[in-house]
Design a protein around this ligand. Structure first.
Ligand code: DGY
Length: 397
């Protein structure tokens, strides 16, 4: 679980990052993280963003609200698909080879199904840019990037009691109008019987999330490599053609003026003009060309100095920036790690090191919190947080 109380179940991208931390001192436990997560994969290949491995009063909305009735109770949306990237790292660096080889044999077909699901269900028109139906799917729940798209979603018409505010200061969490709409969307999937076609055509919230697109692309490249390592070459051509489609269309999201890629609102057909840490993740994916990478490096270079603790999840020049409110400003370690990885890949080693030092500074100041106030460095959200500790073990140490 990400942290006791606030998030008492298994979240998909938390789990993948956390596995990298386990790998440093307990490889069996690291692989178990993946096995248990994939035990909740849906028959259609979808990997839910939450698996509810038990009852917990401390979290809302639980499986009854989602209503998906799966063998392992779960939510009905996914999350940034970082698993193939994590599993490639685990496979390549794990010392226990027989453990790694048997795990890859079990997990590879599931990863292939999961990636297939993204392209089949979330990009049926083969545009190369998968779509997302919920801010929770982005993992960056209340990012200002989603404000306008979410504002058009109706509010849920039933009363509910949030549990997050019993654990965390309300100044660090999303507002109620956002929750009203998060829950409307949860109802919408249930009312549509989780029918992909109906949701694709009718969901009032549909965005191209550049974070998901980039993480999926990076993971797809890692999946090709895993297939090679496992001698499963038959799966490679279709993954490669999906990668090629994204590579061919990513340019439509580029904004030279903003020096980054932008999210896109499918319902209005408009780009979303908010610079967030997701908008430079195409570096992590290898999706940027040399000139685009230089613009993003410039942006990151200035961004590092724009707040006392960096990188702020929303650029501080945004009028919607809030230094301690969840995804509206605070610093998140795993995102810094992905951005630094991308910078190393493009040869910006000094800049990547600066991102690493900035990340270290947060932990040095406040310990292993969920996220950090971009102005004061104070720890925010859940304390004793799994993926923060994992990134510290895996990357900072
Ligand atoms: C929450 O409940 O805050 C989570 O981010 C949803 O996944």
């Amino acid at each position: 679980m990400p942290t006791d109380g606030l998030y008492p179940f298994q979240w998909s991208w938390d789990s993948a990052i956390t596995a990298l931390g386990w790998l440093e001192f307990d490889e069996e436990r690291a692989w178990q993280e993946a096995d248990v997560m994939f035990s909740g994969q849906w028959d259609n290949g979808m990997l839910p963003h939450i698996l509810f491995h038990g009852d917990a009063e401390s979290y809302f909305p639980g499986p009854d609200v989602w209503g998906s009735n799966t063998a392992v109770p779960s939510s009905a949306i996914s999350q940034p698909p970082v698993w193939a990237t994590a599993i490639r790292r685990m496979f390549e660096t794990g010392k226990d080879r027989s453990l790694a080889e048997s795990a890859l044999e079990r997990l590879l077909p599931k990863l292939i199904d999961y990636h297939d699901w993204w392209y089949r269900e979330r990009d049926p028109d083969e545009t190369g840019l998968v779509c997302s139906y919920h801010p929770w799917e982005s993992g960056m729940d209340n990012s200002p990037a989603w404000d306008d798209a979410l504002a058009r979603v109706p509010e849920v018409d039933w009363e509910y009691q949030r549990r997050d505010l019993g654990h965390v200061d309300s100044e660090q969490r999303p507002h109620k109008p956002q929750y009203d709409r998060y829950l409307y969307l949860v109802d919408f999937y249930k009312k549509n019987g989780f029918d992909s076609d109906a949701i694709y055509k009718g969901c009032p919230y549909r965005v191209i999330d550049i974070g998901i697109v980039a993480i999926l692309h990076r993971a797809g490249r890692d999946l090709v490599e895993l297939c090679r390592l496992a001698g499963e070459s038959a799966a490679i051509p279709s993954i490669e053609s999906e990668l090629a489609r994204t590579q061919a269309s990513i340019g439509t999201l580029w904004s030279k003026e903003n020096r980054c890629f932008l999210n896109h609102d499918i319902v209005t057909g408009e780009p979303i003009e908010e610079v967030t840490t997701a908008t430079v993740l195409p570096l992590f994916a290898g999706l940027a060309n040399q000139s685009q990478s230089a613009y993003m490096a410039d942006l990151i270079d200035e961004w590092l100095d724009a707040t006392a603790f960096a990188l702020s999840s929303t650029h501080p020049s945004s009028e919607r920036f809030e230094s301690q409110r969840y995804w509206r400003g605070p610093v998140w370690l795993h995102i810094n790690w992905m951005i630094a990885e991308g910078l190393y890949d493009y040869g910006y080693d000094d800049l990547a090191e600066r991102v690493k030092q900035a990340t270290h500074k947060c932990v040095d100041k406040s310990g292993f919190y969920e996220y950090f106030d971009a102005m004061s460095g104070a720890g925010c959200g859940g304390g004793q947080f799994s993926w923060t500790a994992a990134v510290a073990l895996y990357w900072l140490a």
